[in-house]
Design a protein around this ligand. Structure first.
Ligand SMILES: *[C@@H]1O[C@H](CO)[C@@H](O)[C@H](O)[C@H]1NC(C)=O
Ligand SMILES: *[C@@H]1O[C@H](CO)[C@@H](O)[C@H](O)[C@H]1NC(C)=O
Ligand SMILES: *[C@@H]1O[C@H](CO)[C@@H](O)[C@H](O)[C@H]1NC(C)=O
Ligand SMILES: *[C@@H]1O[C@H](CO)[C@@H](O)[C@H](O)[C@H]1NC(C)=O
Ligand SMILES: *[C@@H]1O[C@H](CO)[C@@H](O)[C@H](O)[C@H]1NC(C)=O
Ligand SMILES: *[C@@H]1O[C@H](CO)[C@@H](O)[C@H](O)[C@H]1NC(C)=O
Ligand SMILES: *[C@@H]1O[C@H](CO)[C@@H](O)[C@H](O)[C@H]1NC(C)=O
Length: 645
């Protein structure tokens, strides 16, 4: 069984409960890092330059209307976060009265651009999670692992959680517009444990987006939870049983939860999506299904995480180049195109419910470097182009490399480490924006290489933004992309504005910038962007009617074709949740001196982080009327949450 797990390349989505061995691939000379994976400083060497050389002067010929094959309409909340249920107490907060302020800030940044954020609480640990009575879990905690009940090859300890976990989620939604996914435990179906259905609908109300009906059921037989003959048909039978049982026990009194189910959530391990569709699943449960979903990782790092006989550990240096091409995404997503077409036909949004750079924790030097920021953004845009309706990037705790926002037991509120994929999510929110009317197309032009993907972004059929990647790592400048943008059917503007996602190399760890602002390196963030926002103005060639935008190698540029195309503060007013033990003013967060040193302008942050865009009025954004006092996790300080109204 264990061996099967190891050969399930790219398919297993396993969360780790023990130390991992990836540091064995430490490429840096000298001392070996012995701390937790999320903060391992080891970096890789950039891959060699493409040979032969690739097209770097790229014509982007836009049409003002009538562009065919645009994606379905997309939301700015396209990239959401999937938080392994067992680590919610590290990421969200300790309990409903001790919420992590950095988490609120990180979500608020996305809300500002997209209007809302999707967060899934679940993963493998949802399957054996038990909602226990109030008071059972000691010390005001919301969850605990029962280590006497450890089972299976994933060594997943059963999880016990209290209703207060749901109250914590609901409280978060009253600060930032986070909508939630949860999962129904599916290992045991006779009877199902339906407590989470009743409680989540009651507590989260309209903030409950959906309930997963099983997590990767096509892998159940691998871990001994079903026998080998378990099929999509059997899964459908269990789905039916759930509905019968919920109805018989009145577990969904409002009737709403049973219209929010998500299936089949397969990992494409032993069933194809088509096998599920062909089993009649969607026809039969059309009224119960709010979303169709799959889960997919490009590859796994299970051998490094779990070791064991025959374990062949992947060397991240050899696979780094796979994370720096667009073709990797098109290849990964090709098997789903039929399903996203099908989903449109049956009128259901189709989600990538759990994904990341690699399952079993990701890869040192890839998942935690600028590579992942570019990779995640290209992946998300390719999914948007491919008619997915959203994707959840998975966070799994300190023993993994792939976190968007690694939690830390060493952290106080201002000492989070913001991972590369968070930048992908932030930028994606801005690429799409909050209109719900945005369409995406992956731009193809003769001779375009896999190193320089381009997406054109449309509102109401008109191009508004252009997203240009350069995956190449070449400080010489020889591989800088020159994107020559032209527009037929309308007048080309005399200048365009550009924001860059930047780092000096693809293997850089932390300190990436988006339009000049950063969340710093390890332990430097309270979730607010630091530094002065820097938006470039590029003058166009009015004779040639073209605008040429340079994109460094490596880098990413978002080109705004007009001032209306800015989305940065259109989702919601900027909102920050500063923390202070001293005063009730809004901008006195306690900040490490090292952070201040890198954060030009930080102290003006409340709307400075909204950058050049003006606040809606001259008045400060911090409404005195809505100060909420909470206390901060891991510290007894009082926190003042100031909401900009
Ligand atoms: C996405 O859906 C739209 C609308 O149905 C369609 O025109 C387009 O070709 C689809 N894109 C892909 C990549 O399947
Ligand atoms: C949350 O934890 C704190 C500190 O342990 C405790 O004082 C508080 O009562 C807890 N809140 C809840 C709702 O249990
Ligand atoms: C922990 O798991 C064991 C084995 O499944 C079970 O017998 C025990 O009751 C559980 N403990 C608690 C506190 O739920
Ligand atoms: C948070 O949840 C608790 C329930 O534990 C509730 O009493 C409290 O009012 C909530 N706080 C906010 C700010 O919503
Ligand atoms: C596409 O999906 C439909 C519905 O499941 C299926 O009947 C068809 O065979 C699939 N086509 C391909 C090319 O896989
Ligand atoms: C944090 O966790 C790591 C690994 O789990 C442990 O070695 C370390 O002692 C912990 N630090 C604190 C301050 O609790
Ligand atoms: C976009 O859709 C969400 C619901 O998913 C809704 O709350 C929001 O108001 C919509 N935004 C616009 C601009 O229509």
């Amino acid at each position: 069984m264990f061996f099967l797990l190891l050969i399930s390349t790219g398919r297993a989505a396993i969360t780790v409960y023990q130390a991992n061995n990836q540091a064995a691939f430490s490429t840096a000379a000298g001392a070996k890092y012995t701390g937790v994976a999320a903060y391992n400083p080891t970096s890789l060497s950039p891959p060699p330059l493409p040979s032969p050389t690739v097209l770097t002067t790229i014509p982007i010929n836009l049409e003002n209307s009538g562009t065919p094959n645009l994606s379905i309409k997309q939301k700015g909340s396209f990239i959401g976060f999937s938080i392994e249920m067992s680590v919610t107490n590290q990421v969200l907060g300790k309990n409903s009265t001790l919420i992590q302020v950095p988490f609120l800030n990180l979500m608020a940044n996305i809300q500002q651009r997209a209007g809302s954020v999707m967060v899934r609480v679940g993963g493998n640990t949802q399957e054996s999670a038990k909602l226990v009575d109030d008071g059972v879990i000691p010390d005001g905690r919301v969850l605990t692992k029962n280590h006497t009940g450890v089972t299976g090859t994933t060594q997943t300890p059963p999880l016990e959680f209290s209703r207060d976990l749901l109250y914590m989620m609901r409280n978060i939604s009253s600060f930032v517009n986070v909508h939630w996914f949860l999962g129904i435990p599916w290992f045991v179906t006779q009877p199902f444990d339906t407590k989470i259905i009743t409680a989540s609908q009651e507590i989260l109300g309209d903030y409950l987006l959906g309930l997963q009906a099983g997590n990767e059921p096509d892998m159940y037989h691998i871990h001994g939870h079903r026998n080998d003959s378990y099929s999509p048909f059997d899964y459908g039978g269990e789905f039916s049983d759930l509905l019968t049982q919920v109805s018989a026990t009145n577990a969904d009194p409002s009737g709403k939860a049973m219209k929010l189910l998500i299936g089949p959530n397969i990992a494409d391990f032993s069933w194809t999506p088509e096998q599920v569709w062909d089993s009649g699943f969607v026809d039969k449960f059309h009224d119960n299904l709010a979303f169709l979903a799959v889960e997919k990782y490009p590859r796994d790092n299970c051998a490094a995480m779990f070791g064991g006989p025959n374990a062949v550990v992947t060397d991240p240096q050899t696979i780094l180049p796979y994370y720096l091409t667009h073709d990797a995404h098109t290849k990964l997503l090709a098997p789903y195109l039929n399903s996203t077409t099908y989903a449109q036909k049956v009128d259901k949004p189709f989600l990538m419910f759990e994904t990341n750079t690699g399952s079993c924790g990701g890869f040192l030097g890839i998942s935690d470097s600028f590579t992942a920021a570019l990779w995640g953004l290209d992946y998300a845009l390719e999914m948007a182009h491919s008619n997915f309706s959203g994707a959840m990037f998975h966070l799994g705790g300190q023993n993994v490399f792939y976190n968007a926002t690694p939690p830390t037991n060493q952290s106080t509120f201002h000492q989070w480490t913001v991972g590369a994929l968070y930048y992908s999510a932030l930028v994606m929110a801005e690429v799409i924006g909050p209109s719900n009317n945005t369409q995406v197309i992956n731009y193809g032009v003769g001779g375009l290489s896999s190193y320089t993907p381009i997406y054109n972004i449309y509102e109401n059929g008109t191009p508004v933004r252009v997203a240009i990647f350069n995956y190449i790592d070449d400080p010489s400048g020889a591989n800088t992309v020159h994107a020559v943008i032209s527009l037929s059917g309308a007048t080309m503007p005399s200048s365009v504005k550009v924001k860059y996602l930047a780092a000096t190399t693809v293997v850089q760890k932390g300190g990436y910038t988006w339009a000049g602002q950063t969340f710093g390196k390890n332990f430097e963030s309270d979730g607010r962007p630091m530094g002065q926002e820097d938006i470039k103005t590029i003058n166009c060639d009015t004779t040639a009617k073209t605008c040429t935008v340079d994109v460094p190698a490596p880098g990413f540029a978002l080109v705004f074709l007009n001032d209306d195309a800015f989305t940065e503060d259109k989702g919601a007013p900027p909102m920050t949740f500063p923390t202070t033990a001293h005063t009730k003013t809004h901008n006195t967060a306690t900040v490490e001196p090292s952070v201040l040193a890198t954060s030009n302008g930080f102290r003006k942050s409340i709307h400075e982080l909204a950058g050049t865009s003006k606040p809606p009025s001259a008045a400060p954004r911090t409404a005195k009327s809505s100060l909420v006092a909470l206390s901060v996790v891991f510290g007894a300080v009082v926190v003042i949450l100031s909401r900009a109204m």
